[in-house]
Write a protein that binds this ligand. Structure first.
Ligand code: NAP
Length: 235
């Protein structure tokens, strides 16, 4: 099984890639840094790329996939969180920063893959509950994830031989949560307290557990129409 995953250096991506390698999948991965966790764990090809630098993406994909014409699964996982703040205090630069990594990089990846005539069975874009719940403070992140949901729906309309899903993966105790749980409590941004309470409980699994859980749920996504937004906690 050939699997392309973005963002395997930590968090959910590391957990997904670890499980996939255990299942003897061949992993093609891209993000900025590759820590040592993968050593001796199976077949992994990696290209270092900053996904906010769109011009690097086609060349990296060419190198990564030079001997590959078929991908069973593409997981668009790389993502960044915004400063937790009110919308009125959020700059357009901050929104751009989030949109570039969380949305437009994924458009460039998909366009490059389809231009290469890559045969792709399934695309799973890692979304978030924040794409639909509009919590105060999660501004640029929520905008980016809701746009990602629509981007995936639109690609699903154009590419009927690939199955697309936007998948909210639930909470994961990753560097992203480390940041969120370090933001001082502020009564305007009530989810911060919920996240801090969930940390170190079953509500917020560690990356390897979350990755294993989500990996096995990915197969179930074929039962839903292509282009759907699904929350893994509803499966
Ligand atoms: N953690 C949660 O509770 C939670 C909840 C809902 C949704 N999500 C979503 O799940 C996905 C994974 O999140 P996570 O919490 O596991 O995050 P994480 O541990 O912070 O990992 C993010 C990954 O994205 C990569 N990345 C960040 N900026 C990048 C860039 N400019 N270019 C290339 N890669 C980049 C990082 O790799 P490098 O730094 O090496 O580039 C890293 O591997 C994200 O899409 C996130 O929005 C997470």
């Amino acid at each position: 099984m050939n699997v392309l995953i973005t963002g395997i250096s930590s968090g959910l991506g590391m957990g997904l890639a670890t499980t996939a390698l255990k299942e003897n999948a061949k992993i093609f991965a891209m993000n900025r840094s590759l820590p040592n966790w993968h050593k001796g764990k199976g077949q992994l090809r990696f290209e270092s790329v900053d996904l906010s630098k769109f011009e690097q993406i086609p060349t990296s994909l060419d190198l990564l996939l030079e001997e590959t014409q078929k991908l069973d699964l593409v997981v668009l996982n790389s993502g960044i969180i915004c400063e937790i703040n009110d919308m009125k205090d959020t700059s357009l630069n901050e929104i751009d920063r989030l949109m570039n990594v969380n949305v437009w990089a994924n458009k460039v990846i998909l366009d490059t893959l389809f231009l290469k005539k890559m045969e792709i069975k399934q695309v799973v874009a890692i979304s978030s509950g924040a794409s639909i719940n509009g919590n105060r403070g999660w501004n640029a992140y929520s905008l980016s994830k809701s746009t990602l949901n629509m981007l995936i729906k639109l690609y699903a309309e154009e590419n009927k031989s690939t199955h697309f899903t936007s998948l909210a993966p639930g909470l994961i105790d990753s560097p992203m949560q480390e940041y969120l749980c370090s933001v001082p409590n502020d009564k305007r941004f009530s989810p911060l307290q919920i996240l801090k309470k969930a940390r170190n409980t079953d509500q917020m699994p560690k990356p390897l557990d979350a990755g294993e859980f989500v990996w096995y749920k990915i197969k179930e996504l074929f039962q839903f129409p292509s282009g759907s937004y699904i929350d893994v906690r509803d499966l």
